[in-house]
Design a protein around this ligand. Sequence first.
Ligand code: SAM
Length: 482
Amino acid sequence: MIPPPTIQRGLLTLDRALFKKSVSVMAIRIPANMTMECKKALGTDLLLEPKIRNVIESNDGEKSRRLVLLSLAIKNKDLEGASEKTKEFVKGKGIDVTKAEFNIEYDHWTADEILRAILPEEIIDEAPSSFTTVGHIAHMNLKDEYLPFKHLIGQVILDKNPNLRTVVNKTDSIDTTFRFFKMEVLAGEDNMIAEVKESGCRFKFDFAHVYWNSRLHTEHERLVKMFRATDAVCDVMAGVGPFAMPAAKKGCMVYANDLNPVSYKYMIENKTLNKIKDNLHIYNLDGREFVRKAVEDLEKSGYKRPPEAPVVAKGKKGGAKASVPKPEPTPASTAAVEPVVERSHAFQTFDHFVMNLPATAIEFLDAFRGLFHGREEQIPEPKTQLPMIHCHCFSKSDKPDEDVRERVEAVMGGQLDRDTVKLHWVRKVAPNKDMYCISFRLPAEIAFASDVKRKFESEPESSDTISGTSDTALAEKRAKTE
Ligand SMILES: C[S@@+](CC[C@H](N)C(=O)[O-])C[C@H]1O[C@@H](n2cnc3c(N)ncnc32)[C@H](O)[C@@H]1O
C-alpha cells in the first residue's frame, strides 16, 4: 500500500490538497506489443495498487513504447527486491530498467486510511469509519474522543461513499417513548427524510422523528412469512409499517397502530407508496387502547376471513390442477404457530397480534385479559381460534424461556399453554442483553376472563410516556384514525 503523505495530525478541518503525493517507482520500458508477455512474467513484481494503472505511456516520447511499473519493494535498477524469475526475464530480454513517477491525491485512499493519517495518533487504533446506512443517510455512533473531529470524520465518510448524501452522529439520548435517536448532522444535506426498501416494500420516513432499524429486517420477514395471505393481523406498535406493509401487500387484513404521530403520518404515506388499498387500517393510539379498538372495528366492519384460494399446481404431465393450499414452510423458530383452522362461526377476529416495543411490550399484554369475555360460545375452539400473540422483549437472564414466560404470565394473570409457547432469539443488543420474540396462543382462561383489571392501566402516565399531552390532546389523538 502507498501510505498517505505525512500530515499534521489533529487538524479540525479537512484540507484535501494536503494529500497530493508524487510516487517514484522502478519500471521497465518495453515495446507496446510485449505488454501482456511482461505482465504475465512479472506477476507479483508488478505494481499492484488499487486504482493505479501499472502500464503507462513511456516517458521518452516514443508512442510505441510503454512503461510497466514495478512493485514498491523493488529498490533500484538491479531490481533488488524482485524475484529471481523477474530478474532473469528482464536480463534475458535485454529490457531497459528505469525510474517512473506518478501523482496520486486524496481520492486514492479509503476513508479509513485518510482518517488514520489525520487523527491524533492516540485515537487511531480503531479509526471511526464504520457506520450504518438508512437510505441516503449514514449514521455513526462516535465515541467521545472522536467528537472534536466529528465534522471532519463526517466529511471524509461523505467523500468516500458516493451513495450517501448525509452523515449524522447519534447522540446517546433516545426518545424514551417513540424510540428514535437524537441526531446531529456532521456533513452533507440536512435532510432526514429517508427512503428504503425492505421485504419488497418502499418505506419513506423522517429518520429524526421515527423508529427505524434496518437490522430488524430478518425479524420483520420472519413474522410476515408466518402469516397466511388470508390472515387478519394486528400490529400494535407498528412504527412506519415494516410488518404491516408487507403483510398487507401479501393480502392479509391488517390493522396497524403507532402512538407516534409522525410514524402514523408516514404509515399513511407508505400505504399509498406501496399501492395498498383497503386491507390496511392505520391508527394513532396508545397500544393498550388500540388492541380493544382494533378488535371492535374489525368486527364492526363485518370482516369475514376470505376462503383460501386454491393453489394451481402442475400435474405430472405438465397440466395444471387445483390442490389444497399448503402453509408456507414453517421455520423451526415458528413452530409455536399451529395451522389455522377455517372459521365458520359468526365471530371472526385477528389471527395474529404483533407487539414490537421490546422495552415495555410485555406490560401491554394485560390488554388481552377479558378481551373476548362473553364470546365463549362464538369461539368454541379457543385452542385454534384465539389469536397468536408475538411480543418482543429483552432478557438478561441465562434462562430466557422461563424469564420471559413468567413475566408474561404475571402481567396476563394466567398460565400460557406450554405447547404453543416459543421464544425466538432476535438479536444481541448489549453484551448481556438479548432481544427475543415470545409467540403464544392467547389462552382461553385469559381471553374469556371476567375481571379485566389492568395491572398497568391505572398507573398515572409518567411524564416521558405521553409527555406534554393534555386530556383534550389525548382525546384528539385517540380520535385520529385513518
Ligand atoms: C421498537 S419500535 C418498533 C417499530 C416497528 N414495529 C418496527 O419493527 O420497526 C416501537 C414503536 O412503538 C411505538 N410506541 C411507543 N409507545 C407506544 C404505545 N404506548 N402505544 C403504541 N405504540 C407505541 C414507538 O413510537 C415505536 O414506533
